[in-house]
Design a protein around this ligand. Structure first.
Ligand code: ASP
Length: 358
């Protein structure tokens, strides 16, 4: 009899991967979604990582950030609750953040060295491994929607510059005058960097070494989202203006599938933010997925290994949000802060900005 009960217990365990996963992840910082809401819905967003220390934001500014993050995370979650797909939820939330001047994406995009705004975005479908990416846009109001159109309505994965905008016209996307992306705070940020650069240039004889040799402070603010829908499908998306003072058509990790964005129903969905050059070199998003696939890590363990060990060692900074096929959330960053929000076990939004907020 005892043996029979033992066999039954093992059989239940084998048939229920959620139990196995919960056991494997014991002791790590995994946020398991359980509770009154559909346990298979999960939604997490970020609004960029960077030097965001406590006290650096005025209370009013902090309130604005928290309100916008809550609005976006709730909009995506409500879409999931209404039965929409993870791709829909990702696009809906990212469009809200793109339309806000607070974040470095869409309306609030940072300026290039030449004083322009060049936008990048990507999206990935964990069910089909379909992906769409756009880079170097100057007139598309919502780059995430164009990235999705590239995935769903073209034969390609990535389009850049004028060609991508021609496709946007064909697809009847909303185009705006490039002036739409002008914001005072981003303009002032560029002027400050240009001034600092000039001062350094005057002091230094070695002019050739000046380009982006230093750790960029306060230049981040990319947005992203990852979702798990009622059908168990994962999706991830990321949208950015890149980095202030970028030059020569520079493109970061946000539109690079496997670097800034990745989704695979077998593992997880990831969206990154940070110093893009490092995220590209480490294939951050795909590496997190691979660690889960090949090394059976939990989503939090994989995110921490890539961000807190590998990225840290290489000298980069930033963070990721991730979600696995069971709705476990992984959040990891080695920067001072990361704007982020997720839906907790009670189905309520939680918004965080600084390190260790609890
Ligand atoms: N990762 C973005 C880039 O390098 C910047 C950011 O996350 O804010 O373009």
């Amino acid at each position: 009899m005892k043996r029979l009960i033992g066999y039954l217990f093992v059989a239940v365990l084998l048939l229920n991967p959620t139990i196995l996963l919960a056991q494997k992840s014991a002791g790590t910082e995994v946020k398991q979604l359980q509770g009154p809401q559909n346990p298979r819905l999960g939604f997490v967003i970020h609004g960029g990582a960077g030097v965001i220390s406590r006290g650096s934001l005025s209370p009013e500014r902090e309130k604005e950030y928290r309100a916008k993050l809550e609005e976006a995370v709730m909009a995506g979650y409500k879409a999931l609750q209404a039965g929409k797909s993870s791709l829909d939820a990702v696009e809906i939330a990212i469009r809200i953040l793109e339309d806000s001047p607070l974040f470095n994406a869409g309306k609030g995009a940072v300026f290039t060295n030449e004083g322009k705004n060049e936008l990048d975005a990507s999206i990935m479908d964990g069910k089909t491994l379909g992906a769409g990416a756009v880079a170097g846009l100057t007139r598309v109001r919502n780059p995430i929607t164009l990235a999705r159109a590239v995935m769903e309505k073209s034969e390609h994965v990535m389009m850049v510059g004028a060609g991508a905008e021609k496709f946007a016209e064909q697809q009847k996307m909303e185009l705006v005058d490039p002036k739409y992306f002008w914001t005072e705070s981003r303009w002032n940020a560029l002027q400050k960097i240009l001034k600092e650069e000039k001062e350094k240039e005057e002091k230094s004889k070695d002019h050739g070494k000046l380009i982006e040799a230093e750790k960029p402070a306060n230049k981040f603010g990319t947005v992203g989202a990852v979702a798990l829908d009622k059908d168990g499908n994962l999706a991830a998306g990321t949208s950015t203006g890149g980095m202030t003072n970028k030059r020569f058509g520079r493109v970061g990790d946000a539109p690079i599938i496997g670097a800034g964005t990745y989704a695979n129903n077998a593992t997880c969905a990831v969206s990154a933010t940070g110093w893009g050059e490092f995220f590209i070199r480490l294939s951050v998003a795909r590496d997190i997925s691979s660690l889960m696939e090949y090394r059976a890590m939990t989503v939090q363990q994989a995110a921490d290994l890539v961000i807190k060990t590998k990225l840290q060692k290489l000298g980069g900074d930033g963070g990721v949000i991730a979600i696995d096929k069971f709705g476990n959330i992984g959040v990891s960053f080695n920067s001072e802060g990361m704007y982020r929000a997720y839906i907790n076990a009670e189905g309520k939004p939680v918004v965080e900005i600084y390190g260790a907020e609890k």
